[in-house]
Design a protein around this ligand. Structure first.
Ligand SMILES: Cc1ncc(COP(=O)(O)O)c(C=O)c1O
Length: 486
């Protein structure tokens, strides 16, 4: 029995199948997103002529880490290694690239994971419902993209203080946008808006912070992608996959660490957050500038018991590196430190939360005294394409970038990273964080304490992460037959 799909509404499903037939929508299976080489040749041929960001239904088949942006088809997992001249630490630091997903961010995968079970079960009716996508970052962009593809109304909810680029793109794609008060860490205000909208049954809320489709996508698709990179490209007799780092917004991405830890029991799963809002580290609160990672709550879908450490990163250091990595004087400075041209080109593949992840990799390497045989993985969730307006703002506020500033940023932002604000979690530290869920989810959001208690059992997570996906794929295959497109 599925824990996620409780019943199937065949009438709505048939209506959706007809709607998808008219809009040319075929739903990829999770297996196809993991192994895009198995996608039928007819679809691959058509994809060659479709741009990565085009609102075209076949772009659902590009919700994978393996898009080859040169051919428009598929290749190996997209990743980059950050050189030691930048990290200053011995382990290899590798990040998967989110930019090469449609919408330029990996969150379109989470949106797909939350949406698909509701489509194939007939719970969500795209001919009637409006799809509501609460987000602090890119999730609502992914959801708006999926909604446009499905030919239904998408409502993006995000804090008013998020980057201009996000709002502009949402408008362009035809999404209805609701800007909630505050900035990055104002997640409660987003929930309040969702609860208000949920009173009207026409609105269907895809709450990424509580929907296990998000977890299932990352455990199965992202986790396997990382394992593939490690196995194919990096593993040798001595190498160890030693850490997986993810700044948690909805805590979907961090579930790929759960997949990896099963294969590499020594692996440390590290949750990063902003020092200015140290919720996991200190039950703290505050405003911060690491866009996409929210906070002041623990997401329902965070498997806290499996998290080994918390790394709180100063958002000032992220801003320093945004400038160092993207201003000409910064690039010149890094060249003088021996960073190669092709490595410098890659640095704009790190958005602000990607930089936060990189800094947490450095802190983790130092905390655990890792050496050359250790490999640390993280995710570069989106790229600077989403934040060029921020670079202009920093210039306005802090003055034009200079070589002196670059040297200062390199020293203060990179070399001086240390193990401050870093906590290895004991059994009871984890329990403290787990218990924090009570105040958001039981008191405010209508979840039951019985289920919260059940979340302390590792089997709760295993069954969700591993037992649902074959059932989803079976339903997707049946549904596509009903749609009848090839
Ligand atoms: C830019 C960015 N970074 C990081 C995250 C956090 O990822 P997750 O929600 O999977 O924890 C998000 C989530 O929206 C994001 O948009």
């Amino acid at each position: 029995m599925s824990k996620i799909i409780k019943s199937i509404n065949k009438t709505v499903r048939a209506k959706t199948a007809k709607h998808f037939r008219e809009h040319g929508v075929i739903v990829p299976t999770f297996k196809q997103l993991i192994h895009p080489e198995t996608i039928p040749a007819e679809i691959k041929n058509k994809l060659k002529k479709i741009g990565l960001w085009d609102v075209n239904p076949l772009n659902l088949f590009r919700i994978t880490w393996k898009n080859d942006i040169k051919t428009g088809l598929y290749g190996d997992v997209n990743y980059i290694e950050i050189p030691r001249e930048i990290t200053g630490v011995k382990p290899r630091v590798i990040g998967l690239i989110g930019k090469y997903f449609p919408t330029g961010a990996h969150k379109v995968g989470a949106a797909f994971g939350c949406l698909v079970p509701r489509i194939v079960s007939g719970e969500f009716d795209p001919t009637k419902h409006k799809a509501v996508w609460p987000s602090t970052g890119n999730y609502c962009r992914g959801g708006a993209f999926d909604s446009a593809i499905m030919g239904c109304t998408g409502i993006a909810i995000l804090p008013e203080g998020m980057s201009k680029e996000r709002f502009e793109w949402l408008k362009k794609i035809g999404a209805k946008v609701i800007a909630t008060p505050g900035t990055e860490s104002n997640v409660k205000e987003i929930y309040d808006k969702c609860n208000e909208l949920a009173r009207d049954p026409i609105n269907f809320i895809f709450n990424q912070f509580a929907e296990f489709g998000n977890t299932i996508f990352h455990y199965n698709v992202t986790g396997r992608a990382i394992q593939e990179v490690f196995e194919k490209q990096l593993a040798n007799k001595k190498s160890r996959l030693s850490a997986f780092i993810s700044a948690t917004g909805s805590a979907g991405t961090i579930a790929s660490g759960d997949y990896l830890k099963k294969l590499h029991p020594q692996l440390k799963i590290v949750a990063a957050e902003a020092l200015q809002c140290p919720t996991l580290l200190q039950n703290g609160f505050g405003e911060h500038r690491i866009e996409g990672i929210g906070d002041k709550h623990v997401p329902w879908i965070h498997n806290v018991r499996n998290t080994d450490a918390i790394s709180a990163v100063n958002d000032d250091d992220c801003v320093r590196l945004v400038r160092l990595f993207n201003e000409k004087c910064g690039i010149d400075f890094l060249t003088s430190r021996g960073v190669k041209k092709e490595q410098l080109k890659n640095l704009s593949l790190l958005g602000i939360s990607g930089i936060c992840n990189l800094l947490s990799c450095i802190k983790t390497a130092k905390y655990y005294e890792m050496n050359e045989d250790d490999v640390i993985f993280t995710i570069f969730t989106d790229s600077m394409e989403m934040y060029s307006s921020r670079v202009a703002e920093y210039n306005k506020d802090q003055g034009k970038y200079s070589e002196v500033q670059a040297a200062e940023d390199f020293g203060a932002g990179l070399i001086s990273q240390n193990i401050d604000h870093y906590a290895e979690l004991s059994y009871y530290d984890r329990k403290r964080i787990h218990n924090l869920k009570y105040f958001t989810w039981i008191e405010q959001q209508g979840k039951e304490s019985k289920e919260l208690n059940a979340q302390w059992d590792p089997e709760y997570w295993r069954s969700i992460q591993e037992d649902e996906i074959d059932y989803f794929d079976k339903l997707i295959t049946e549904f596509n037959k009903e749609v009848g497109l090839k």
